[in-house]
Design a protein around this ligand. Structure first.
Ligand SMILES: [Cu+2]
Length: 437
């Protein structure tokens, strides 16, 4: 009887409709009327549907995999149990080809998050994060602080890549097409704004491997959050830098009527399509662009200025050394953390409640956007500044040949993945697993 009712309960759970359904299927993305990108997408759109969830309110999301390969969906920036976080290395089950899965979880923390595939691509640049499998996820806070008139979500992505030999002989992806929200500059609908509006822009870099630099001609961004977490010191800037998987939330005051271009600052990336028009009501004409003369970005000015709060206990140091192992001309590099490539990398054992200090020591000539699953970390040291605090992120760009330190509290037991978010680096061993005692 108990068995029967348990089975019925399971059946009932199966039949109850999910709050959201995501269908993974082949999709022909029209980046321009003459350039169609054959990819895989969520609900036949790029980016996938915006998931607007409420902090602390459980949600069910059904994922139907209509592709010929197994899939998994990672909920990036959320504090979830390992079984639903969406990485097979942590123990989340893969969704078989033609199969389906139900993800049930309680979303937290509030802020601008995202979801994406977490599969291996290797040399196939039409798999994994090279596809259109990414979408915005906004976790609404219980109390709503920000004031704005319009909310805009933008995703930066690069498509149709090819692995080419770079100067040092290693293989890196080079892309033919770059888009904002799946469209090449001039071919999508412009963002429509009104004079006097305060617009919040939630910008995501969903690129499989490229850092992007973004400006909006005639306007400045007041950056209020990084990776969805409020910064201690909001800053007003004319340019943003986003590494793969990073997010920036910025307020833009619409106080300069006209038709403008928002896009990649580097000319060859804008020429590949990464831009979007911004059109004021009542304005018309050719969109205007002001070419910035140099690239500029720094995490440090967003940090807190007051002295750090006293730590209850000192953080346990975990140094992580990043190096490449040159595999020969024409071969993909192997990447190593403390001398070992995944799955051979060490698995540090964490004690629940303990504070840890991760030192990212990048002994390579590449910048690496590193990501810690299921936790967020606080930036504590950047190059030339041995002490900073208050910036909380889940992804961080560690520039070539520099050291950056972060701290986090081990407050979410379960296997926890740490990796470079550049698809070709994580596929080549730049990944490790933390475990809890
Ligand atoms: Cu990397």
């Amino acid at each position: 009887m108990a068995v029967a009712s348990a089975a019925l309960a399971a059946l009932g759970q199966q039949l109850a409709p999910a709050d959201y359904t995501i269908d993974i299927a082949a999709y022909a993305l029209e980046a321009t009327p003459r350039r169609t990108i054959k990819t895989i997408a969520y609900n036949r759109q790029v980016p996938g549907p915006l998931l607007r969830l409420k902090e602390g309110q459980p949600v069910t999301i059904d994922v139907i995999n209509q592709t010929g390969n197994s899939e998994v969906v990672h909920w990036h920036g959320l504090f979830l149990p390992s079984e639903v976080d969406g990485a097979m290395e942590e123990g989340t089950p893969l969704i078989p080809a033609g199969g389906r899965a139900r993800y049930t979880f309680t979303p937290r923390p509030s802020g601008f998050r995202w979801y994406h595939t977490h599969t291996f691509a290797g040399k196939d640049l039409h798999k994994g994060q090279y596809t259109g499998q990414h979408g915005f996820l906004l976790i609404e806070p219980r109390d709503h602080p920000a004031q704005y008139d319009q909310e805009i979500f933008l995703a930066l992505h690069d498509w149709d890549g090819e692995l080419l030999s770079s100067g040092d002989g290693s293989m890196d992806p080079v892309y033919e097409v770059s888009t904002i929200n799946g469209r090449v500059l001039g071919f999508g609908e412009p963002l429509r704004v009104k004079s006097g509006q305060q617009v919040i822009m939630h910008i995501l870099n969903s690129s499989p491997s490229e850092v992007h630099w973004i400006a909006l001609a005639g306007h400045r961004f007041k950056v209020i959050a990084l990776d969805g977490n409020k910064v201690p010191q909001p800053r007003t800037l004319s340019m943003l830098r986003l590494a793969p998987a990073e997010r920036v939330s910025a307020l833009v005051e619409m106080n300069n009527p006209g038709v403008w271009v928002m896009g990649e600052v580097r000319k060859h990336i804008m020429a590949a399509g990464m831009g979007i028009g911004v059109e004021y009501a009542g304005s018309s004409g050719k969109p205007r662009w002001d070419q910035p003369s140099e690239l500029s970005w720094d995490y440090l000015p967003f940090a807190a200025v007051d002295p750090p709060p006293p730590q209850p206990a000192s953080a346990v140091a975990i140094p992580l050394l990043f190096e490449s192992k040159f595999a020969g001309h024409g071969a993909m590099d192997r990447w190593a953390i403390n001398g070992k490539s995944y799955p051979e990398t060490n698995s540090p054992i964490l004690t629940a409640g303990q504070r840890y200090r991760l030192s990212f020591i990048n002994r390579s000539n590449n910048d690496h956007p590193v990501h810690l699953h299921r936790h967020s970390f606080e930036l504590r040291r950047v190059p030339d500044h041995p002490e900073t605090h208050g910036i909380v992120k889940d992804t961080l760009l560690v520039e070539a040949n520099t050291q950056v330190d972060v701290e986090f509290t081990a407050n979410n037991p379960g296997p926890t993945l740490f990796h470079c978010h550049q698809q070709n680096h994580m596929d080549a061993g730049f990944m490790m697993l933390f475990r809890y005692a």
